[in-house]
Design a protein around this ligand. Structure first.
Ligand SMILES: Cc1cc2nc3c(=O)[nH]c(=O)nc-3n(C[C@H](O)[C@H](O)[C@H](O)COP(=O)(O)OP(=O)(O)OC[C@H]3O[C@@H](n4cnc5c(N)ncnc54)[C@H](O)[C@@H]3O)c2cc1C
Length: 438
């Protein structure tokens, strides 16, 4: 089939989530002619379509240490100037969270990406790629004007689902084939909540109320340890409560079109049910109303590519350090799977430590000119359950954008870019590559 050309770009970034948007910013700032392709009508992926809290900036525990900076800091600064941001210091869970308004973040991403000089193509779905000698030379993109061909020097697969690698035939592990894929969550927000009344009960009491309500048979609540949290808007609470399994077949994941369709419908059904439970049974919610469902269901993992290195559980829990590390992660393994009341496993790194994220986990093993970042980077199921936090996705994107831009001048050979040059540039940009001893 002959396709109309959309143009040729030094660097093409597929997917504009917490990983892809920083990748486009970094590549464009490094002088590469960059195109960011996104299938949704706005930038941000999970960060704007599903969620409102950045985790991973700090290590959890009694003495939080900051482990991510650089472009990620600029994103937070942009949010602060757009409106209010709530920092929620936590010693448990994934540590301190930075809660923002998703609608502001959409505009912050646009302003940073376009300000860096990258071109943006929204409502554009990458459907196929052309590969020659392990090189992705062009991508086939579905647009409202039909299919278009986009030429690329270097490609960054930030689709979350490793779509570029799938279409190219590069190796990946499908979530669910070794360990159960992490469950899916439709988030929702409630307005007109009385914060003072809500604060009269803690997390454990909320969970006890969920168990009681579910066991009474009056409510269908598959997950009984979900959470709610304050937002920058007084009276508005956001939740991460619903839990959708992968149909009856645990080897499936949300990259399967039918599984994803069923999950979207089931997630919304559950959200309405949890909202009913909150209004009926939880102090502070008596006068509240559900005001928003996430734009789409939140997907934690689908495909994880095979890179030049695969980060493991042992690396994470042992806080391994690597010569080629481009960022840090102190977030615990937070593995959402399993049926019933509990089903989220938490495993922590030693207090105050962080694992390095090696550049090799972003370099796609089977390709010469492709990097994969974000939740589809090269890691085992457990390691991904730690490093998928959005601050880490931003750190990966930042590094990959620099690496891609530098590779443009050497025929797109991402492996041949001296890692020291990338690390130097990252440090200059304010990124954090190692913990200082204090
Ligand atoms: C329910 C839930 C709760 C979570 N809670 C938190 C939290 O509170 N804090 C935190 O830090 N992390 C949290 N996480 C983890 C975190 O949100 C994700 O790991 C992270 O956002 C992944 O970013 P990403 O850029 O890799 O992928 P995504 O955010 O999924 O972005 C991928 C982008 O690529 C686009 N795309 C996909 N395929 C194509 C294609 N073929 N063509 C064009 N575009 C495409 C998508 O539309 C999307 O915009 C949570 C995750 C879930 C699901």
């Amino acid at each position: 089939m002959s396709l109309d050309d959309y143009g040729h770009f030094d660097v093409v970034v597929v997917g504009s989530g917490a990983a892809g948007a920083p990748a486009a910013i970094a590549a464009a700032r490094s002088g590469a002619r960059t195109l960011l392709i996104e299938k949704l009508p706005f930038l941000g992926g999970n960060s704007t379509a599903v969620l409102d809290t950045f985790y991973g900036f700090y290590t959890p525990g009694d003495r939080a240490r900051k482990v991510v900076g650089g472009i990620a800091d600029e994103v937070v600064a942009g949010l602060r100037s757009a409106g209010s941001v709530v920092e929620r210091p936590n010693t448990y869970g994934a540590g301190t969270g930075i809660t923002y308004l998703g609608e502001h973040l959409k505009v912050v991403w646009e302003s940073l990406v376009e300000g860096a000089g990258a071109a943006v193509l929204l409502h554009a779905f990458v459907q196929d790629v052309v590969v020659s000698d392990a090189r992705v030379t062009s991508l086939v993109v579905a647009t409202k004007a039909g299919l278009r061909r986009v030429g690329a020097g270097v490609v960054i697969d930030a689709s979350g689902d490793a779509d570029v690698c799938l279409h190219a035939g590069f190796g990946y592990e499908a979530a669910g084939t070794v360990d159960p894929a992490q469950t899916l969550t439709t988030t929702f927000r409630m307005a007109n909540v009385d914060h003072q009344a809500r604060a009269t009960i803690g997390k454990e009491e909320l969970h006890a109320l969920m168990v009681e309500a579910a066991e009474s048979g009056a409510y269908d609540l598959p997950r009984r340890e979900g959470s709610d949290h304050i937002t920058p808007i007084p009276g508005v609470i956001a939740t991460v409560m619903t839990r959708v399994e992968h149909a009856e077949d645990p080897t499936r994941n949300a990259a399967d079109p039918d599984t994803l369709t069923r999950a979207e419908i089931e997630g919304r059904r559950q959200a309405i049910e949890y909202a009913r439970f909150l209004v009926d049974r939880v102090p502070g919610y008596e006068q509240a109303s559900l005001v928003a469902l996430s734009t789409q269901i939140g997907v934690r993992e689908t495909r994880r590519v095979y890179g030049d290195y695969r980060l493991t559980k042992e690396d994470v829990l042992g806080a391994s350090q690597f010569d080629d590390q481009i960022g840090l992660c102190g977030a615990p393994i937070e593995d959402h799977h399993g049926r019933g009341a509990t089903g989220t496993n938490w495993e922590y790194l030693p207090e105050g430590t962080a694992v390095g994220i090696p550049l090799r986990t972003l370099i796609v093993r089977d390709a010469t000119n492709v990097l994969a970042v974000g939740r589809c980077f090269s890691a085992t199921h457990d390691a991904q359950a730690s490093v998928r936090s959005m601050a880490q996705c931003m750190a990966m994107g930042h590094a990959a954008g620099i690496a891609a831009a530098q590779a443009v001048n050497i025929g797109g050979m991402v492996r041949d870019v001296p890692v020291g040059d990338i690390q130097h540039r990252l440090r200059t940009d304010g990124a954090i590559l190692e913990l200082t001893t204090t």
